[in-house]
Design a protein around this ligand. Structure first.
Ligand SMILES: Cc1cc2nc3c(=O)[nH]c(=O)nc-3n(C[C@H](O)[C@H](O)[C@H](O)COP(=O)(O)OP(=O)(O)OC[C@H]3O[C@@H](n4cnc5c(N)ncnc54)[C@H](O)[C@@H]3O)c2cc1C
Ligand code: FES
Length: 256
């Protein structure tokens, strides 16, 4: 299906921490067409600076035709997005990419997210039937607590880890996976590269299928610029924007 380009009204831009925001946008056609793990390319400015759209995972979808994005301010584009106000219009292109395979698993699914990698997993948790674990990690309590509640509210068995020990396990989120792995039939993960590498390695040893959502720099988001390529396990290059961003872990060369 071709992506849609839609001038969309911002409904809310909630500041969750000093540098993390949740943007809620009325975009009924894109929201209806989206599946978990897909992303949108956002025109962050009405001027030509910055020229390139920025990619963001779809964080959640609501029955009222809205979708939300969860983003951290790291540069010019996200700083502009942080200033967006309810009532402003924003240009979205999407949904783009290949999302998570939602084929029903007989055993529970374990969602593992670190930092902004938590963003696409809420939409996945919304759509996945059956029992779900959510192992979520972030720098500290302020960043993690509001997100953890959203997963708990939709029935996930939530376990948490923070870098500073202010909430949940003091350490890294893959530390929590060993105890859960025997009970799960599928793992879906998104986050910093060392985290997804560690999760993929544990799954490989346990023989548990693992889907990973990866991030790269993206200029076009549609397979035209080669800006997003990564080495695949078979030696060929994969386009993260069109072959992914979600891959079976075994499809990628793990020097990622
Ligand atoms: C498929 C996909 C989904 C994404 N989903 C989310 C999301 O849900 N929430 C979120 O906060 N962010 C997400 N990102 C990352 C987001 O696109 C970048 O943070 C954003 O484009 C930065 O724009 P900027 O103009 O603020 O920063 P820039 O000024 O463009 O960059 C600031 C610094 O960050 C580095 N950088 C920028 N983008 C990336 C990247 N993709 N990987 C590694 N380094 C980068 C730059 O090299 C530079 O050093 C996603 C990226 C992809 C590819
Ligand atoms: S971002 Fe242009 S080819 Fe993937």
């Amino acid at each position: 299906m071709l992506p849609l380009q839609q001038q969309s009204r911002i409904l809310a831009n909630d500041r969750l921490t000093a540098d993390v925001f949740r943007l809620t946008i009325h975009a009924p056609e894109i929201a209806a067409a989206a599946s978990p793990g897909q992303f949108v390319m956002v025109q962050v400015s009405s001027s030509l600076d910055p020229l390139l759209r920025r990619p963001f995972s779809i964080h959640s979808r609501s029955a009222d035709g809205s979708l939300s994005l969860l983003f951290k301010v790291i540069g010019k584009g996200t700083a502009l997005l942080a200033q967006a106000k309810p009532g402003d219009e924003i240009d979205l292109l999407g949904p783009l990419g290949k999302g998570f395979d939602l084929t029903a698993a007989e055993k529970p699914v374990c969602l593992i997210g670190g930092g902004m990698g938590i963003a696409p997993l809420l939409f996945l948790a919304q759509e996945l039937p059956g029992k779900k674990y959510a192992l979520l990690g972030a720098r500290n309590r302020d960043e993690l607590a509001p997100l953890a509640k959203l997963f708990a509210d939709i029935g996930c068995a939530v376990q948490l880890a923070t870098d500073d020990g202010s909430l949940g396990h003091h350490g890294f989120i893959p530390d929590l996976l060993d105890a859960v792995l025997p009970d799960v039939g599928q793992v879906c993960t998104c986050g910093p590269k060392p985290m997804i590498r560690s999760v993929a390695s544990k799954c490989r040893h346990a023989g548990t299928p693992c889907q990973v959502s990866v991030e790269t720099h993206m200029a076009c988001g549609m397979g035209a610029c080669l800006g997003c390529v990564l080495p695949g396990a078979d030696g060929r290059q994969v386009h993260v924007c069109t072959d992914g961003p979600v891959f079976n872990a075994e499809e990628l060369a793990w020097q990622l």
